[in-house]
Design a binder for this molecule. Sequence first.
Ligand code: ZN
Length: 162
Amino acid sequence: MSDVLTVQDGQVISMDYTLHVDGEVLDTSSGHEPLEFLQGAGNIIPGLEQELYGMAIGESKKVIVQPEDGYGVIDPDAFVDVPRDQFPDSIPMEVGVEIQVTDESGQPMMARIDMVGDDTVKLDFNHPLAGKELLFDVTVVGMRDATDEENEHGHSHNGHNH
Ligand code: ZN
């Protein structure tokens, strides 16, 4: 048995990370607690999870995740034209504005204004990071065996218990 712990399924991993998209820092654990997750349970995006196997504590890596292994490719069917007069005056009619709408079953959904026309507004229901290449700088800072309960639930129980 090797006494060097490396990332594998069933380990709770603590990881520092910085996410760059289009050359800008979009998200980072710097200044916060490291991200903690159960490896192999799909807690983090698949393209990143896949690259972590075999890493040791203290090891750093740059991981590039293509859209199909990240937040998906842009779905052309996720753009919807809505008559402009259906929007309340309180919503600014500007490209990029995020709005919450309700679908037929009453579920809230987030959309962004993609285009403003004279009579219609085009809403984009894609994830904001759909179609984007993600560049992660990650450092594994800790790992431990998951408990039976964590494995059963498919997530880490640090800081919460459900
Ligand atoms: Zn749980």
